[in-house]
Design a binder for this molecule. Structure first.
Ligand code: ATP
Length: 501
């Protein structure tokens, strides 16, 4: 069985070999934590974005979309708290000279105990089923011990993070005897705060230049457009504004492939509600977003909620939807009840009123906000890593396949003439012309049919349409389904109906 590291390596290799993701600037040895999406990657990524956009904007009559600029007035980041507080606690190992996020070191430590706990629970279950009372009791005791340790560390850790107690965090790392994965030593520096925003200069003359920031989240572009959208869109509370766009963070620890990048994309929606109703809507969006994930058909046990112990300064409730990545359960999406913090701050800093007049109550107020925020790239990794499989066939060979949900697959249909003669390629081209206005299709006539099927399996194409000699006689083709490999004969005129994804 491949361990987690091997699994991730396989996924990275597959993404590169089959044209999904390349390291950025590869011929110059790459740029850390920056990636390019290749020919199939960009299709999958666009499909994810479209799937989100449709479900948020098209299916909710009270949600509209915007596309705000990446560059924004620098005062916005002062108002939002990012200039002063968008920090991560960092720590260096003096021997390896490697830099880490101090909170991530502790979270990784906790994850290891959680893994042990999970194993003990599994063992205990087996021993219980086998009526092995003594061994069951021993295992159970160990599990209880692990759980106690997890609770203790989690509670202390939340206190330290909430209190911004950097010395306390260092002490915790020392007490837990956390070592540097590279040097293996416990020779740590003090913990320091590090601001994650990238800055640049706007203006051609550097003396006059203003420092501006590459946005670290798309949310602020929504808040500063609140009044514009509310008035021009004649929106009525509760209503939402959605946006998909790039965000930039100078992450200290950039590893785990596209899980944590320095340039990434977010799909965010801010939902404006009456003050006092925010927790009801928070619960609504929590459920709604989980349903969206489940609708893709990935096994529900791969998802879980993780309610926050440490609430951000602007939030009165927060949860993450975590996904079981190859390196364990990690945040995929955040759902936050942001109170009226952002709009109030922007009122203060801009001097402009950001209020909603409620015709039902005859009152004017600053709305409260529920945010749903998911990384496109993290969603890509979740879908891709879950889909990447190796399957042993009856003839002993192994096929590599990507079990992507059909709605997200880059190529929907491959059209394959069985041989390159007898008019089959021409017939296949006719079918291509018929299908390509509706789906992204691929024509392939090179190599034996079995190899062509394998190539399509590896990029996740749900259907292969094969044109053979019988096609020339009765206008039927075979459709091969990727996961079952089963084939069915249908007439060409039925194809569009059959394939409608
Ligand atoms: P983390 O704790 O993993 O750093 P976060 O809590 O800072 O994430 P948010 O600020 O809530 O993340 O951002 C919302 C979403 O944006 C995350 O759930 C994640 O999907 C995505 N995201 C955040 N940072 C990155 C990154 N560096 N690379 C890729 N996606 C990211």
């Amino acid at each position: 069985m491949a361990n987690n590291d091997d699994l991730l390596k396989k996924i990275i290799a597959h993404a590169k070999e089959y044209g999904f993701i390349f390291p950025s600037s590869e011929i110059y040895d790459g740029l850390s934590a920056v990636y390019d999406y290749a020919q199939y990657g960009v299709e999958l990524k666009n499909n994810i974005k479209q799937y989100w956009w449709r479900s948020m904007v098209q299916l909710h009559e009270n949600i509209v979309g915007i596309d705000s600029a990446i560059f924004m007035h620098p005062a916005i980041w002062k108002a939002s708290g990012h200039v002063d507080a968008f920090n991560d606690p960092l720590i260096d190992n003096k021997d390896s000279k490697k830099r880490y996020r101090a909170d991530v070191l502790i979270e990784d430590y906790l994850q290891k105990i959680e893994d042990k706990l999970e194993k003990e629970i599994e063992k205990a279950k087996k021993r219980f089923d086998n009526f092995d009372e003594t061994l069951y009791r021993q295992t159970n005791e160990r599990a209880v011990g692990y759980q106690k340790k997890i609770d203790e560390i989690t509670e202390n850790f939340a206190k330290l993070m909430n209190g911004n107690d950097l010395a306390g965090i260092k002490q915790m790392i020392e007490e837990l005897e956390i070592t540097c994965p590279v040097s293996g030593t416990k020779n740590w520096t003090d913990v320091r705060q590090f601001n994650l925003m990238f800055s640049t200069q706007m203006g051609s003359v550097s003396e006059d230049a203003d420092t501006i920031y590459l946005r670290p989240e798309t949310a602020q572009g929504i808040f500063v457009n609140f009044s514009n959208v509310y008035k021009t869109g004649r929106m009525k509370i509760p209503f939402g504004i959605a946006q998909i766009g790039k965000a930039f963070r100078n992450e200290i620890v950039a590893r785990q492939f596209i899980f944590r990048m320095r340039e990434f994309e977010q799909m965010e929606m801010q939902f404006f509600v009456r003050p006092g109703e925010e927790l009801k809507w928070f619960d609504f969006w929590k459920q709604e977003r989980m349903k969206w994930h489940h609708a893709l058909g990935i096994a529900p046990e791969n998802y879980r909620f993780h309610d926050h112990e440490k609430l951000a300064h602007y939030a009165n409730a927060a949860t993450d939807i975590e996904f079981k990545f190859p390196f364990g359960f990690k945040e995929l999406e955040g759902i936050h009840s942001r109170t009226d913090y952002d709009l109030t701050q922007h009122e203060k800093y801009s001097g402009k009123k950001l209020r909603y007049f409620d015709p039902e109550t005859n009152e004017s107020y600053v709305p409260y906000v529920i945010e749903t925020s998911i990384g496109v790239d993290r969603m890509f990794l979740a879908i891709f890593s879950n889909a990447c499989r190796e399957e042993k066939l009856e003839d002993g060979t192994v096929r590599t396949l990507l079990c992507l949900p059909p709605v997200l697959a880059p190529v929907k249909v491959a059209v394959l003439p069985l041989v390159k003669k007898d008019g089959l390629p021409e017939k296949a081209r006719e079918i291509m012309d018929m299908l390509k206005p509706h789906y992204l299709c691929q024509y392939d006539e090179k190599d034996a049919i079995g190899r062509r099927y394998r190539r399509q399996d590896a990029i996740g194409t749900p259907y292969c349409v094969t044109v053979d000699n019988q096609t020339m006689e009765d206008n039927t083709v075979t459709i091969r389904e990727r996961d079952s490999m089963q084939q069915k004969r249908v007439t060409i005129s039925e194809l569009n109906n059959f394939l409608s994804l």
